[in-house]
Write a protein that binds this ligand. Structure first.
Ligand code: COA
Length: 235
């Protein structure tokens, strides 16, 4: 991988550069690179993601840009956290109708953004989530977790194309109820890993906002690694 960004390819929505290290991506670099106004996303593929991708992005990229990391794993590399086999009252709940899943997805997305990331949910993002709910979610690729009758977790997976234009499974939402205690949380992570290993074809990815530290840590914990950074201009 090169020290300086090297143009790899341009598609309808993305312009891709290859670069050595995530740490090298900063406002100044973004401003210097050719990035035509009609291309929505500037993408950096990197091999070295450094010791802390969250800090790297906070330090180097200002609020003028929306930044999302693409994480990736082969299903064999997914790992349940230590202690996941200890029995708790967390169980897999038989998913209800697709409409119930859609509602749970949309209500948890809205709740999390309103409570934890106010100001980070523009109308375009709400429309995007509604479109995902309507057209992409499926019962087979949705996991509901519960304690008794109380729903306490949701994971949804959708089929998309990756940067190589290859089909890939994408974890497009994961939510665990704030009230879960640590042993239940660890058990939930174990159930999620087991389930992902069962339902994904081979490679699995996810797109995580630069400000979502907990989500980045969750995916790192279960074996995903950062691969690509997507930058968008905020309007
Ligand atoms: C992302 C999410 C699912 C991760 O859940 P999680 O892996 O249980 O991690 P959390 O950070 O929420 O865990 C809460 C605490 O338990 C600890 N913890 C969780 N799993 C642990 C483990 N396996 N071992 C040790 N500690 C653990 C965390 O360190 C954290 O402690 P802290 O508050 O002192 O930092 C959860 O934070 C969530 O639902 N967030 C809102 C929805 C969201 O943003 N989804 C991502 C979009 S794709």
């Amino acid at each position: 991988m090169p020290d300086k960004p090297v143009l790899w390819k341009t598609t309808e929505k993305n312009i891709y550069y290859r670069i050595d290290a995530l740490e090298a991506v900063c406002d100044r670099l973004i401003e210097e690179l050719p990035w035509p106004g009609n291309i929505q996303t500037l993408s950096f593929l990197f091999s070295d993601y450094g010791p802390d991708e969250y800090l790297s992005l906070r330090r180097n990229i200002s609020g003028r840009y929306g930044a999302r990391l693409v994480y990736c794993a082969d299903k064999e590399k997914l790992i349940a956290p230590e202690g996941a086999a200890i029995s708790t009252n967390i169980r897999i709940k038989k998913a209800g109708s697709l409409d119930e899943i859609r509602q749970l997805y949309l209500s948890t997305v809205l709740r999390v953004f309103n409570e934890e990331f106010p100001g980070e949910l523009p109308d375009s993002r709400i429309k995007f989530s509604e479109n995902v709910a309507r057209n992409y979610l499926s019962s087979e690729k949705s996991l509901c977790l519960a304690q008794g009758e109380r729903v306490s977790g949701l994971v949804t997976v959708v089929g998309i194309k990756d940067h190589l234009a290859q089909p890939v499974d994408c974890v497009n939402w994961v939510w665990l109820d704030k009230s879960l205690r640590l042993p239940e949380r660890i058990a939930a992570q174990g159930l999620i890993v087991e389930w992902l290993k069962r339902i994904v074809a081979q490679r699995v990815n996810c797109y995580i906002d630069s400000f979502n530290f907990r989500s980045q840590r969750f995916f790192r914990r279960i074996g995903f690694v950062p691969l690509c950074l997507n930058i968008e201009r905020k309007s």
